[in-house]
Design a protein around this ligand. Sequence first.
Ligand code: HEM
Length: 536
Amino acid sequence: FVLPTGKTMPSSSNPKINTSRETTTSLEAALLPSIVTKLSPPLRNTIVLSTAASAVAVSIYRSHKKKGLPDANFSEPLPEGNLGCPILGNIDFYTNQGSVETGPGDFFRRQAAKAKNKNIFRYMAFGKPIVMVSGMKNVKSAFNQEFKKIRTTSLMTRLTDLFGGASMLFVNEADRHQFMRRLVGQSMTPDKINLAIPALVASATEQLDQLTMEEPVTMEHVCTNFTLDVAWRQILGLDLKEDEIVQFYEAVDNWIGGIVDLRTLLMPSIKHTKAGKGNAYLVSKIERKMDQLERDGPDGSTMSAMYFARDEEDPSKCLSRDDVISNALLLILAGSETAASTLTVSALALGLHKNVLKKLKDEQLAMIDKHGTEEMTREMIEKDCPYLDAVIKETMRIKPLGTTGAMRVADETIVVDGTQIPKGNGVVFNIYLTHEGDPVVKEDGNAHMDIVKGFKPERWLDDSTKPTEYMPFGYGPRFCLGYNLAMAEMKVFLALLARRVDFNLVNMNQDNVTWKKASIIPKPEDGAVVELASLS
Ligand code: HEM
């Protein structure tokens, strides 16, 4: 918008221009009404700049308004929902995402509470109207269109940069996505998980051995260290020395911290952010591991299974180095924080409900009676620990993913629950709102979603009380690929925890549970600080 002032046009080049005002150029003269050209340069520039800025604002406003319009080819109405400011959208999406009362995702719960149909409503963020879909019927209807009419979007390119853009999460072609899932999935079959159980037991034991009765223990740290241990040992197959382990933890922490921090998305370049540096560290570790695998051949790690995987449909096909890097990053991100947070919430729930901890311990004692202390296989955990399974399911029912899964965009207009989601709109699911609507568990004032009043693992042990509106691992073609590993990892940890310790919460009690405002899966505000009452 800066005007080229101070230059004199030669009068011969355009005789019509009044050259008596030295600072008037042909461009200005052509663009401005003659009265404006007679004004002094500062005033003239102010008017021109304001006019230009207003024109740009009006054009952005109009284009955003257009984005919120229905598809005229469809008769269904748009879902309800206030899109906020036409340019910035719902400001509190950025400023008021979570609350200490319920954790992340509070923005969506407030929006849902305002809508008549809380299972489908609109909001606006990142300059795009987004439709939030909840309830299994609606989720199935929308997300069965994955790859056909909706796809994940690189709307937030910063995120794809941080994730590794070649991972399966950002692949939008059905065949290529299936190919990646087949190959990466070869490392996650029940048989492979069974082989990984000793490594999971070793990782859990390593963390539990460090517990002490001398001072309070923050369970979030213990659970995070456990899942990170699984990440470097089992997923990446690294052999880290003590000081390198600390470096690894820090890198993952900075990297994931950047992904959940909206400010990272606004940076012009992520390279020099903490998140970018964490990402670069991990990529270098993965690169070196691939060199080692190439040199020394396969080992028992998830990385090795991915690196050497051949497609059973066409054995000449394998994952490229970039594919392996991006998917290894995805596994660390998808697998570490999610499982660590869920375990931390389980620890909180066990501290709040000592009767549940007692039942869990009794089940483990029976397991020891039957199999001894040394042996643990996937089959044993599956067959002999129904209560352990119920505790984890109940934790994930009450505190699933706080916000949404990956953002999708509608490539074509789709119809869900009698409303239209116009082409170009964002589409996301909400797991919390889906669980909240379950008819079997619905109780007065939604107490069933309260970790104090509603945490009842027993509901999972009887078919008549089992929730059916339940999707903690997502839905459809993108259903969590790490489901088997996640369940095994969490079960091994909680089984060993219940065998070895009894504990009391230090800061929280039945009247006082608070949550961190921002995280992928909700976490107690203090990280579940406990005092050990016994340790073996
Ligand atoms: C408590 C633990 C976990 C929870 C709650 C969880 C939840 C989810 C959810 C909700 C999705 C679907 C996202 C979407 O559709 O937008 C997903 C996808 C995925 N998860 Fe998990 N997950 C967990 C653990 C893991 C683990 C341990 C791994 C692997 C090490 C893993 C790997 C993946 C992958 C690769 C995808 C993407 C699949 C695709 O795009 O096809 N997850 N997970």
